[in-house]
Write a protein that binds this ligand. Structure first.
Ligand code: PFF
Length: 478
């Protein structure tokens, strides 16, 4: 018999609400803002293929593991790990996994909120008609001027953090559940409208090929010009980025999905829910890519333009299409909303812990966690203006500024490490009975396949990529 326990924070009303909330966490800036620009920076098709492979072989099994651990523990990830340490008779060192998750969520949200602030500002730009009749150069200049104004970024970052704190303070169930139901489908529809525009841009085939035609040679070589001579060397950086992004986009490896799982009703199939969440998340990312790259090529823009990519491409489309002011504002509103439903899950593990262990009300806990995150976000804002510096970190093709350091540290290192530990815990450390009971798939081929993958394939894949990125195998490769 499995142990039935309830979370003190409440429970999702139904299976669909859990799926929607977790999809709300997964679908966010990662899909629409980050996926296109990292695909652009890393050469397109081959990178996309590696990313899809990581979602299938690592993301899906680890998500199932993370949800099942959360649902058994029914508390913040830190306390869930403590509870599992007791019931599964495992070392208390595993509680560190919960702590690392809280830290990762805090660091991610600090810059996530800054980018969400850009999207907020762009709602108003679009509504005011600022994009109408502007060419690619003018749109690019507008963006550069915007991110070079720290005071503007600070205002929007503060507003977004406030919005996050308000919802988290009220409890995730109130309001958010209902809003997700109507806004998520709208985001799909709007992306489809944008793909329609991209189809008419004259460069759809080029965009499509960039995204789906795999040219592995382009992805795995880092070329630099030294004293006028171009030298290329093999790099594992793009594979690390693709794997890190699989974790980031599925909200894995830091306890966000674990804490959402802790509010999940007992009778819901974890496997089925996971397929829905991962499927919807991947679809949104590919749709965003299909909407953006044709516009990039039609306007002779640079796919490797970096974090500004969607802000310098989509406004061109909005400035030209019929009803562009309306569609543009709506698009950025939906993007803000998608970011909002993700930011809540980034801070929820910390808030749940503050409520459980420090006896704070949700309001106070949200304020403490929110204000601390807001303060760290200021560093990211500075890094976009005059505090930028430039270097290559762990074989990345391009890196400049503190924002990149935070991004690489969290998405490419902390989340994969968290995911690796989750897979090891579920596959090796905890009893097989724990996963068998929670997954409730019987002991048939489906369960056995999952168990095999989470035990061998996922941890090995993460380990190989992480060790490679740290240069452990460098001497073998050169
Ligand atoms: N999955 C979110 C996105 O793609 O934008 C970001 C995110 C949310 C990452 C929650 C990690 C997390 F725990």
């Amino acid at each position: 018999m499995s142990i039935e326990k309830q979370s003190i924070h409440g429970q999702w009303s139904s299976r669909w609400i859990f799926i929607l909330a977790a999809t709300g966490s997964a679908v966010g800036l990662g899909n629409i803002w980050k996926f296109p620009y990292i695909a652009g920076e890393n050469g397109g098709g081959a990178f996309v293929l590696v990313y899809l492979g990581c979602v299938a072989l690592i993301g899906i099994p680890v998500m199932m593991a993370e949800i099942l651990m959360g649902r058994r523990g029914r508390q913040s990830p830190i306390n869930t790990m403590a509870y599992l340490a007791d019931t599964e008779k495992t070392s208390r060192l595993w509680i560190g996994l919960g702590w690392m998750g809280v830290l990762a969520g805090f660091l991610i949200l600090s810059y996530y909120s800054v980018i969400a602030g850009w999207a907020m500002a762009y709602v108003f730009r679009s509504a005011s008609g600022a994009f109408v009749g502007q060419n690619a150069q003018q749109i690019g200049d507008m963006f550069a001027a915007f991110i070079g104004s720290p005071e503007k970024l600070l205002v929007w970052h503060s507003l977004f953090m406030l919005a996050t704190m308000v919802v988290v303070a009220r409890g995730v169930k109130e309001g958010l559940e209902k809003a997700v139901v109507s806004l998520m489908p709208l985001l799909f529809i709007l992306l489809a409208v944008l793909i329609g525009y991209a189809l008419s841009s004259g460069a759809f085939a080029e965009g499509f090929n960039f995204l789906f035609a795999a040219d592995f040679g382009k992805v795995f070589y880092l070329c630099e010009s030294v004293n006028g001579v171009e030298t290329c060397r093999f790099t594992f950086g793009p594979i690390l980025t693709a794997m890190g992004h699989a974790f980031f986009t599925l909200s894995l490896g830091m306890g966000a999905i674990m804490v959402y799982g802790s509010y999940m009703p007992k009778n819901v199939s974890i496997a089925r829910a996971t397929f829905w969440i991962a499927g919807a998340d991947t679809l949104v990312a590919l749709m965003a890519g299909l909407a953006i790259f044709p516009i990039v090529f039609a306007n002779h823009l640079e796919p490797a333009a970096g974090p500004g990519l969607i802000f310098t491409t989509l406004p061109i489309a909005f400035g030209q299409m019929v009803g562009g002011r309306f569609f543009g504002s709506l698009f950025f509103i939906l993007l803000v909303f998608a970011a909002w439903t993700s930011s809540i899950s980034l801070i929820e593990p910390a808030v749940a812990w503050l409520v459980e262990n420090r006896g704070l009300s949700r309001l106070r806990a949200s304020m403490v966690a929110g204000i601390a995150t807001w303060a760290v976000g200021i560093l990211t804002i500075m890094s976009f203006s005059d505090w930028a510096f430039s270097f290559h970190f762990l074989g990345q093709k391009k890196s400049d500024g503190l924002f990149d350091v935070l991004d690489i540290l969290t998405a490419n290192i902390m989340l994969p490490l968290g995911g690796l530990l989750i897979a090891v815990y579920a596959g090796w450390v905890a009893s097989r009975k724990l996963s068998r009971d929670e997954l409730a798939m019987g002991d048939g081929p489906a369960y056995r396949l999952w168990y095999f993958v989470v035990r061998y394939i996922s941890p090995l894949a993460v380990m190989v990529v992480l060790l490679n990125a740290l240069g452990v195998f460098d001497s073998w490769l050169s």
